[in-house]
Design a protein around this ligand. Structure first.
Ligand SMILES: Cc1cc2nc3c(=O)[nH]c(=O)nc-3n(C[C@H](O)[C@H](O)[C@H](O)COP(=O)(O)O)c2cc1C
Length: 193
């Protein structure tokens, strides 16, 4: 099997908090595997580890809400990326309100959309949830909030894992995070969602 690490080690995409509700249960986790995947119609896919509580709730949910993790939201990143809903109620520790069909919207993160789950894609140890947007946050006034990116999150260093994940860890399979700056990818900026 060919290892992808030399490629994935230099990625520093935005991070998200993805939430779900179903059957009276709420769930949410930090997600780095996510991307817009169609412009017309607008579609976005998030990949959830089959090991996660969020995946188990999302399996029977109708909607997922995808929040962009803003910079300086380390406590939220640690809560959603290092704790599991199998053991703690993350929603008792944050301000949130129910959105579409109860899908939780986190008050702290102003950039979000709720998507109807249109399909599920087997992807190995993660399953892709193909989302069609049904509700979206108001457009930001003033400067747009800056997205938290993986190197910033990992260098923050707080929390038991410093927000790193390695092969074999519970949840996401790939190793992420690094000690040194990677080559800078070219940024093309716009989103069409
Ligand atoms: C930097 C980072 C990126 C992550 N990316 C993903 C991801 O793309 N998909 C996923 O399912 N879990 C991802 N995780 C793992 C979950 O956020 C983590 O296992 C969480 O504790 C699961 O919570 P839950 O069991 O309540 O769902 C990531 C964690 C970190 C620290």
């Amino acid at each position: 099997m060919t290892d992808l690490d030399p490629f994935t080690d230099v990625l520093d995409g935005p991070m998200y908090v993805v939430t779900a509700a179903s059957g009276g249960e709420r769930a949410g986790c930090l997600v780095g595997f996510a991307s817009q995947c169609s412009m017309d119609p607008p579609r976005f896919t998030v990949w959830l580890s089959v090991a996660n509580h969020t995946y188990r709730v999302a399996r029977t949910a109708e909607f997922l809400t995808v929040h962009l993790l803003h910079r300086n939201e380390r406590a939220l990143a640690e809560l959603f990326g290092e704790e599991t809903g199998d053991r703690v109620d993350k929603f008792a520790r944050v301000a949130w309100r129910p959105g579409e069909a109860g899908s939780p919207i986190l008050e702290q993160l102003s950039t979000w959309f709720t998507g109807r789950i249109e399909g599920r894609i087997e992807g190995g140890d993660h399953v892709g949830f193909l989302l069609a947007p049904v509700a979206v946050c108001p457009r930001a006034e003033g400067p747009a909030p800056r997205a938290a990116r993986l190197p910033g999150a990992t260098r923050a260093g707080a929390g038991p894992s410093g927000l790193r994940r390695r092969q074999g860890e519970r949840g996401r399979g790939g190793r992420v995070g690094r000690e040194t700056d990677p080559p800078s990818p070219v940024s093309v900026g716009s989103s069409h969602l």
